[in-house]
Design a protein around this ligand. Sequence first.
Ligand code: CA
Length: 252
Amino acid sequence: MRILLIEDEKYIARAVAEVLKKSHYAVDVVHDGNEGLAYGATGIYDLIVLDIMLPGLDGLSILKKLRADGLTTPVILLTARNATTDKVSGLDAGADDYLPKPFHTEELLARIRALARRNPGYVDEGALEFSDLCLAPWTLTLSCGGRQIQLSVKVAQLLELLMVNKGAIVAKETILRKLWGFDADAGSNHVEAHVSLLRKALAQAGSRAGVKAVRGLGYRLVEPQEPQELQADSLSPARPSAGQAPVSQCSV
Ligand code: CA
């Protein structure tokens, strides 16, 4: 998940970004309202944490502009404590949640997880399922048939992105921006290298799922029908395909 943090108080921004990164979120931080609007409008973020009082353009104006442009990305607004007008105007402007300052970072993390759960791609506690796979993005743990393997941050972020899209094609450019943002000088060779690492991880986990490259478009997760399974089914249709049932791996 990639988060945009728009906050001009640099020590708060730094502390929050650090906490988010420790929870394995990809984070971009901007300190100015106009810059925040430009970053937010790119549409690559899964969530925006938005301060109200900002230089250049205030948070509520940013939010209104983003919503007017049709952006549906969840937004958590940072409001002044007890400022009911901020709260009301924020929700009216299209904020999904608000958090009065000062706040505990644990509370921000809990709200982020709550908003993430609204995305139908996620199951309990923010885990993801596809085929025989379960990914817990906050611990970078991939489970498959009782086997657990530890992924690197980027490989886990790549798998999360593909799993959220449930087998739909994800453009290479989207992967590049979601994983590396705008500042890094990463290129499509980085995407290819990480797809290769992800394929190795899936093989290591013993998964039936794979990553398919769709020429000129991007990548998607696939769950290939195994030839043995098809043969067994056609020979004796009544026979249950042992071990092939879509049993949930996510028991978090
Ligand atoms: Ca501020």
